[in-house]
Design a protein around this ligand. Structure first.
Ligand code: IPM
Ligand code: MG
Length: 354
């Protein structure tokens, strides 16, 4: 019996449209080669164009509509003429929060054939997974503005940390660390300056750690963490941090691995009560939109994570192997990797490698 997977595709804006099309082509080819799963894809035209037309990025019950799917494949949201905070809160967070996709997982590796800006880094020196708390913290959406335009105008963004929220992402991170060969977790905070929420993180980390005696763990302050990532990458493996800290650290991680055009992400609901959402990290990239040179590798890697989550482990591994074969050849490098390959040629190369 084939695993019938119901997939919601939301290409969104900019190069999101190009890379999701490429991703679906590769998934189709993989499905034909494997014979173990079949895809039933529904497309949603949600994004900035819809916002210009109708004043909403997605229908009011958008997140509800998505509950009927096994997974969501998301491209990017954001356009030069739409304020970024509107598109983020109107689409991406409007999906992640109601569907309670609380664990954002961001693997980073230096893939074969890709060179890191770190002078001496060997591929085996940088093999990380960043777990980003994805439901609260600095992105909790609480705050406001008052006394607009007056000299004493006030604006607040309240970072909210709950014991339940910290504990569930911490448990997820420890479990992930345990599943990886090195069994190592680094917990990142800023508990020297932020003495309530971040101290709660430290306390919860120590409590949860007792249930994982086989995982070696340590703590880092986020500023010092940027130094360690740059100067001693091999000392890190699995990393857990707050919503904002991990947002920043994952961009650094992507840059250190050679290109943000490669970095994938999964917004997971580990309890599986709702569909999880998979997306490349790079964003809509209007500077290269429509030129056919967007690197589809991040989306392919994202698809590999999605298949793994959906119980298609073998297909996931096969896709990742094809990605590595293709990227190892500089002829398949798009401009972000210093080459002249196109979205189409890289997509075809991956299909051939499958
Ligand atoms: C990310 C992005 C988003 C974020 C942007 C587009 C708002 O940077 O997914 O890392 O900050 O969450
Ligand atoms: Mg980011």
């Amino acid at each position: 019996m084939k695993n019938a997977l119901k997939l919601a595709a939301i290409p969104g804006d900019g190069i999101g449209i190009e890379v999701i099309e490429a991703g679906l082509q590769v998934l189709d080819a993989l499905s034909a080669r494997m014979g173990t799963f079949a895809l039933d894809v529904e497309h949603f035209d949600w994004g900035s164009e819809r916002y210009r037309r109708e004043g909403r990025f997605m229908p009011e019950d958008g997140a509800e509509q998505l509950r009927a799917f096994d997974a969501i494949l998301f491209g990017a949201v954001g356009a030069p003429d739409v304020p970024d905070h509107l598109s983020l809160w109107g689409l991406r967070l409007a999906i992640c929060q109601p569907l309670d996709q609380f664990a954002n997982v961001r693997p980073t590796r230096i893939l074969p054939g890709v060179s890191s800006p770190l002078r001496n880094a060997r591929p085996e020196d940088l093999d990380w997974v960043i777990v980003r708390e994805n439901s609260e913290g600095e992105y909790s959406g609480q705050g406001g503005r008052s006394h607009r335009g007056l000299p004493h105008e006030v604006a607040t963004d309240v970072a909210i940390f709950t014991r339940a929220g910290v504990e569930r992402v911490m448990r997820f991170a420890f479990e992930l660390a345990r599943s990886r060969p090195r069994r190592k977790l680094t917990v990142v905070t800023k508990s020297n300056a932020q003495r309530y929420g971040m101290v709660l993180w430290d306390e919860v980390a120590a409590e949860v750690a007792r249930d994982f005696p086989d995982v070696a763990w340590d703590k880092m302050l986020v500023d010092a963490m940027t130094v360690r990532m740059t100067l001693d990458p091999a000392s890190l493996d699995t990393i857990v941090a707050t919503n904002l800290h991990a947002d920043i650290l994952s961009d650094l991680a992507a840059a250190l691995s050679g290109s943000i055009g490669i970095a994938p992400t999964a917004n997971l609901n580990p309890e599986r009560t709702t569909p999880s959402m998979f997306e490349p990290i790079h964003g809509s990239a209007f500077d290269i939109t429509g030129k056919g040179v967007a690197n589809p590798i991040a989306t392919f890697w994202t698809c590999s994570m999605m298949l793994d989550h959906l119980g298609e482990a073998e297909a996931s591994v096969r896709l990742m192997a094809a990605i590595e074969t293709v990227v190892a050849d500089p002829a398949n490098h798009t401009p972000d990797l210093g080459g002249t390959a196109t979205t189409r040629s890289v997509t075809q190369a991956v299909i051939d490698a499958l």
